[in-house]
Design a protein around this ligand. Sequence first.
Ligand SMILES: NC(=O)c1ccc[n+]([C@@H]2O[C@H](COP(=O)([O-])OP(=O)(O)OC[C@H]3O[C@@H](n4cnc5c(N)ncnc54)[C@H](OP(=O)(O)O)[C@@H]3O)[C@@H](O)[C@H]2O)c1
Length: 396
Amino acid sequence: MMSRPRRILILGSTGSIGVQALSVIGQSEELELVGLSARSSWETLVEQARAFGVERVALSDAQAAEPAAAAWPDGEVLAGSEGVAELIVESGADLVLNAIVGSAGLGPTIATLGEGIDLALANKESLVAGGELVTALAQATGAQIIPVDSEHAALHQLIAAERATAGPGTIERLTITASGGPFRGMSSQQLQSVSIADALAHPTWEMGGKITIDSSTLMNKGLELIEAHHLFDVPYDRIDVVVHPQSIVHGCVALCDGAVLAHLGHPDMRVPIAYALHHPERVELPVVRLDLAAIGSLTFEPVDLETFPCLGLARAAAAAGGTAPCILNAANEVAVHAFLAGRIAFTAIAEVIEATLATIEARPLAEFEALFAADREAREVARAALDQVRPVPDRG
Ligand SMILES: NC(=O)c1ccc[n+]([C@@H]2O[C@H](COP(=O)([O-])OP(=O)(O)OC[C@H]3O[C@@H](n4cnc5c(N)ncnc54)[C@H](OP(=O)(O)O)[C@@H]3O)[C@@H](O)[C@H]2O)c1
């Protein structure tokens, strides 16, 4: 049991992960919230600050900070990305939960690890884009990265248990599972006419818009593959992705004696969030308990890489290394945004990413500044590619 509550700062508190993290914190005497951030949802942010007695928040959209400050004279509202960095550095937090969406989370990840503060990482994009520079920074300052993604939280637990008993070197392969998304089983032809609403209808998880689209293209598994490689230092050719529509098995670790350890649970993000916030403690949670007999059967199938090319694009970018995953991630963000805005067809998301990767040559990763430059360049190239790809199909 900890002697004083662990001080937690949540970045991206108004989103799907952020709100679920607040519910976990609200149920724990061992966690104390010391700060919150969002992009522009200032009304929700101020409400959250009042509800949790937080005195300092940040809005990365500086314009949203003005009405927030006027509406909340008792608290302090920091503005812009500098404001978010100031919030992190001056928070006195023991742990920062980064639940921002997209590569906008990279700066806050760097600021957190640079201060030597432990990081609960939901924002997989910062690890995909930042790669070994992020893990090297954590090593240099001694900060821990505890994954919040359910598959990675599963692997984190399995790997820690194995290493604690058997030591290093017994792990052969990692497996992350994919639900397959709402379009599992469809043909490329059928995918050409799916709508935004179809893509947002995820079968097993309720999440923010961007990750829901990433799940429907399977790019989410591509990002998770790269995330797993960096978190666990396992080569790409020893990380498998398998489709498991029930989302009950989250991850597996295959060992040198042929045994396979698996992590199971109902799809509920409060479980991995609580794991990361309390790590290495474990607390009781009011979630539905697993009843295998009631579930009846768990099924697994290979990924249809031809119909869902995004996972292959991610594997190729991962193999190229350097700035390639950063380019992949930036192009994906531009393409997903354009799809959600009704500008391009679903199948054009992969086309934009492929065109961007083909246009920009990957460079070795030297410093963070080069990554931010690669991200900017990839966004420009991807925006130009939007006009060259398949437009939204006519539904009339
Ligand atoms: N949702 C899940 O179940 C789930 C599961 C595993 C991993 N993840 C990962 O967790 C992260 C968050 O996902 P989510 O589904 O919670 O997203 P979300 O619901 O869209 O919420 C995103 C949060 O980030 C803030 N934000 C958006 N753009 C920003 C920017 N440019 N700068 C600073 N803050 C920004 C938003 O603030 P505003 O409200 O002001 O826009 C909001 O608080 C993603 O990396 C996702 O891949 C999510």
